[in-house]
Design a protein around this ligand. Structure first.
Ligand code: GLN
Length: 189
């Protein structure tokens, strides 16, 4: 299988390193033409959702990627990626792919708790290390959305059909279980 990593802005290199550790072939999506290459799974990295959303539109990648996500391409979205997928952003009028029926709050932990590390239960995996950097959390989920992880009563990881969205950064820990779990989907699809 081949995983594509959105590489227009943010922490894409760290995801690629994890894919290397797992021996998974991967490509970078930097421009419209990259979407014509074969890939079976997509990673949307952390970074700045406003910048990523703007670049996706300017580069002419937005509609084609949205279409592939809607048609079942397995997606692992982290932090800003979660914001790109969310149907609604509570404290921002902007909307991006809007393929994931949840509401998120951007920069939900405020300034003081902008960044922190914790370990929390993750559905089916037990405790996993979780690094948060100016992260969102989920404030509302529609029917059919599975909650995978919660920290201090806030939902921080969800799955809906082919879309897995994490408020934290698995690429910054040494733990590969979330990737393995996700890539299994790409291999089956
Ligand atoms: N605060 C960023 C945003 O709103 C997300 C931060 C991150 O991806 N680490 O897009």
């Amino acid at each position: 299988m081949t995983a594509a990593v959105l590489a227009v802005q943010g922490a894409f290199a760290e995801h690629e390193q994890k894919l290397d550790e797992l021996g998974i072939n991967h490509i970078e999506l930097r421009e419209r033409a990259d979407l014509d290459r074969d890939f079976d799974a997509l990673i949307l990295p952390g970074g700045e959702s406003t910048v990523q959303g703007k670049l996706l539109r300017e580069l002419g990648m937005f509609d084609a990627l949205k279409d592939r996500i809607q048609h079942g391409l397995p997606v692992l979205a982290t932090c800003a990626g979660m914001i790109l997928l969310a149907e609604s952003i509570e404290n921002d009028d902007r909307q991006y792919f809007a393929t994931l029926p949840v509401t998120v709050r951007r920069n939900a932990y405020g300034r003081q708790l902008g960044s922190f590390f914790t370990e929390a239960e993750y559905d089916g995996l037990g405790k996993v290390p979780q690094t948060y950097i100016r992260a969102p959390f989920v404030t509302n989920v529609s029917d059919g959305v599975e909650v995978l992880s919660e920290v201090d009563g806030h939902i921080t990881a969800v799955r809906y059909k082919n879309q897995t969205a994490l408020a934290f950064h698995p690429e910054l820990s040494g733990d590969l279980r979330i990737y393995r779990d996700f890539l299994r989907q790409g291999q089956d699809s």
